[in-house]
Design a protein around this ligand. Structure first.
Ligand code: HMG
Length: 417
């Protein structure tokens, strides 16, 4: 029997503070509906300098190990997907290995390609396991990022921060991956970038949306070609994309998932034998189907709407949201996942939800993690944004959480755990 590989369990870490998105809109003199309905946001995580990508990654990985009863001696690979690492040479993964006192006998590295880095890490880990090279060992892949555009920028309401840690193994209780079906698409573009030394990303906002949709089309068509060849989906009464129970997207802001879903459907409608005689306008109208979006996408977005963009982790926050909402009824069903990283690279892949998914996600206590946060005013959010990144406030970490304490001689020291 073919080896099963995929995500066994997950854990999340989020900043301790957040701001209400409608309150931010009011402070900016913007109609709150633009942020709530136009972008689909509710709340935005506000990381302080003590909650850097290392601290968030270590907190998420530590929770994963504690909550899910992971035996650290079984971990052979630790990958951190991040585009907001803290050093040009020393990887976040090495900090996490040290802070969690994990065994030395593992491979550690960071994977960087904007928001795609986490998926790159997940694929490296799962294909390592599928190849047999892991010899029964598991991997931890942590997606950890701080999304930061700056005060009074168009990107401001799409900021956020956090981390999702994934346990990848031969016991994919959450999601068994369809290894070998993935479709990828790379296009060399400047849609979003962050030159070395800058804290804030530069972005060509509207162009970045069109790059995302373009790369999505390439990646999805690649997956569809293989999925059709393996008879995982077929042309028939329903479109191939409609044969996936749910579809998760990279979520820079929630409304993007709706645009992405429309584009995905358009890819199918353009190629479907049944719609060959339809006009382009008729296809575009059919692609916008609210019923399809409500059935296949909407239930995954509840966590993203309360956190904002978390770059590498955003797709995996959507997975967290979907599992929290529907793990039990989705057991045995196939879902699709679309990862996008600016620059750009996109990958579409699929997997089957495991029979134990509901038990696994319950252990992650997602609602408990979100409920512990504190709502802050816009003035307090602005104060935190203006703090120097190398001078963290001396706050006591909550039990099980890590914080940056200080940077001395370019060496970072953390407390907590
Ligand atoms: P903007 O130009 O200020 O907003 O910035 P807009 O004018 O495009 O309006 C946004 C939406 O609100 C529109 O909806 C408006 O119609 C609507 P749409 O037409 O697009 O469906 N709207 C309203 N709705 C209700 N009531 C109102 C109202 N007013 C307007 N009164 C933009 C938007 C997303 C460009 C900006 O926030 C930005 O630059 N964000 C950062 C870039 C980004 O998120 N890009 C997404 C694709 S690239 C990506 O995902 C990669 C990334 O995660 C990075 C990585 O890979 O590392 C970013």
């Amino acid at each position: 029997m073919k080896k099963q590989v995929g995500i066994e369990a997950l854990a999340i870490a989020v900043p301790r503070r957040y701001v209400d998105i409608a309150e931010l809109a009011q402070a900016r003199g913007v109609d709150p509906a633009k942020y709530t309905a136009g972008l689909g946001a509710k709340e935005m995580a506000v990381p302080d300098p003590g909650e850097d990508s290392v601290a968030l990654a270590a907190t998420a990985a530590s929770r994963l190990i504690q909550e899910q009863g992971v035996d650290p001696s079984r971990i052979g690979m630790l990958v951190v997907g991040t585009e907001t690492g803290v050093d040009h040479a020393k990887p976040v993964a090495s900090h996490v290995q040290g802070l969690l006192k994990l065994p030395r006998s593992m491979r550690t590295f960071d994977a960087q390609h904007a928001c795609y880095g986490g998926t790159a890490g997940l694929m490296a880990a799962s294909e390592w396991i599928a190849s047999g090279a892991a010899a029964g060992r598991s991997a931890i892949v942590v997606c950890s990022d701080i999304a930061r555009y700056g005060l009074n920028t168009p990107g401001e309401p799409t900021q956020g921060g956090g981390a999702v840690a994934l346990l990848v193994s031969e016991q994919p209780d959450l999601l068994a991956l369809d290894v070998g079906l993935n479709g990828a698409c790379t296009i060399d573009v400047y849609d979003f970038w962050r030159p070395s030394g800058r804290r804030e990303a530069l972005v060509d906002g509207h162009y970045s949306i069109s790059c995302y949709l373009d790369a999505l089309s390439g990646a999805y068509r690649g997956w569809r070609e293989r999925a059709l060849a393996h008879e995982v989906v077929r042309w028939g009464d329903s479109l191939p994309s409609e044969q996936l129970a749910r579809i998760l997207y990279h979520v820079p802001f929630c409304k993007m998932a709706r645009k992405a879903h429309t584009q995905l459907r358009l890819c199918d409608l353009e190629a479907a034998p049944a719609t060959q005689n339809a006009t382009a306008a008729e296809r575009e109208e059919a692609a916008k189907s609210t019923a399809s979006y409500d059935a296949q996408v909407a239930s995954s977005l509840s966590v993203n709407a309360r956190i904002g963009n978390v770059y590498t982790a955003s797709l995996y926050l959507a997975l967290t949201g979907l599992m929290s909402a529907e793990a039990a009824q989705l057991a045995g069903k196939r879902i699709g996942l679309l990862s996008y990283g600016s620059g750009c690279c996109s990958e579409f892949y699929s997997g089957v939800v495991g029979a134990n998914a509901a038990q696994r996600i319950a252990k992650a206590n997602v609602e408990g993690v979100l409920a512990r946060r504190e709502r802050v005013s816009v003035a307090e959010y602005e104060r935190i944004m203006n703090l120097a990144s190398d001078a963290p406030e001396q706050l006591t970490p909550a039990p099980g959480e890590f914080r940056l304490k200080e940077i001395r001689d370019h060496r970072r020291a953390y407390v907590g755990g």
